[in-house]
Design a protein around this ligand. Sequence first.
Ligand SMILES: [Zn+2]
Length: 458
Amino acid sequence: MLDLYDEEKRLIGEAWTSQTLYANLATLCDFGSRFAGTESEAKAREWLRDQFVRLGLANVRLEPFTFTAWSRGACQVRVLAPKEIPLTSAISLVYSPSTPPDGIQAELVDVGMGTEEEFATHAGRLEGKIVMVSSASPEGGRWVHRREKYGRAVAAGAAGFLFVNHLPGRLAPTGSLRSGRMAEIPAAGLCWEDGFLLARRAREDQVLVEMRIQNDARSTETAHVVGEVPGNPGQETIIIGAHYDGHDIAQGAMDDGSGVALVLEMARLFAPLAGRLPRTLRFICFTAEELGLLGSTKYVRQHAAELDRVALMVNIDGGVTGGFGGFSFSGFSELRPILQDWAEEMEMDWKIEDTIGTATDAFPFILAGVPAVNLLARGRDPRLGRGFGHTAADTLDKVDRHDLHDAAMTLARVLLRMATYEGPLGRRRTRDEVKQILIDHDLERPLRAQDGWPFDEG
Ligand SMILES: [Zn+2]
């Protein structure tokens, strides 16, 4: 019989004094970007599998799939008129097609933050233009994802798309334009400073911009890394996941090396409990998250027949700034009182939010009706709003060791409760119920705009 109190003390001590937690994150960063389809991703994958084996997990395996890998070539963006200005920060966005060799030239239109309302204001005036939007979202409003902005620009007939970092520091943002497939019109990220200059010129004059982009795509194979701590036979499974792939321009330390380091740490802490917990813990290092949730979408499809046995998906993505902050429970409202009870019992002050992240690996599970939560960071990096994610500055120095240990310690305590909780954790939803959850969260129009509304028949 497991003494939960003793076990919890062990987990806390192990997590707090862990010699491997930060070292594993550093190792992941040293592999390089781990961008899906690259050698650094393949090396990280082998290493992760070796770690799962070394930790003594059961059923350690790679789950392969084929996908469209994209690779970055040259990207030049410049103002041609009224005065020639090179915009030296420009980098392609993921899945941007190439332009013809001598580029595309078109008038620039600044569509602000690229919200639905701003696109409506410019209706009928974007055909053949190069649309520029910033990475910002309205204060206090819904976060408007890059893929939604791009989808609206394509639908409006734009010839090109420029995505400007709303934060200073000469950092151009990257990110995928479509989910797992080549996009329609060429697109580049620009730093805040270049975007500011463009916006100022566009207020004064008609601005003619040229984009010259060369990229490649090919079909290849990659794989998730999976391992388990088996529970009682016939019991449910809890999935604990993070994505090990990053963007090709950085180390992906926060997004999502830190999440993978936490998954490895949970695997280490819980491996000795094999056969002693009611629920099975399945640890998954997902890949191809940065390609529009391609990897987790494939995983959910491949495992459709057994999703009824998944009690909960716990997703760790996007950093641990300030340590463990709480969870968003994604419309699965029965999880709220359970999480609240735990926070109270542990005498902790968590954020417990009913929000749905549509751009992280929990989302394909939510679409399949599987209860899912996202780990929330406690604080925000005071230097930047969203953090340095998706820029060249997402590097190891941005992750605070203390925060990482704090997140590991509390996550381990929560996972122990999840694995041993006597009642049902979450309830699987039907397709109609999922659709209603998304409508209630005002997500139908944003998902439609990015070609991601899966509920149309025929
Ligand atoms: Zn991420």
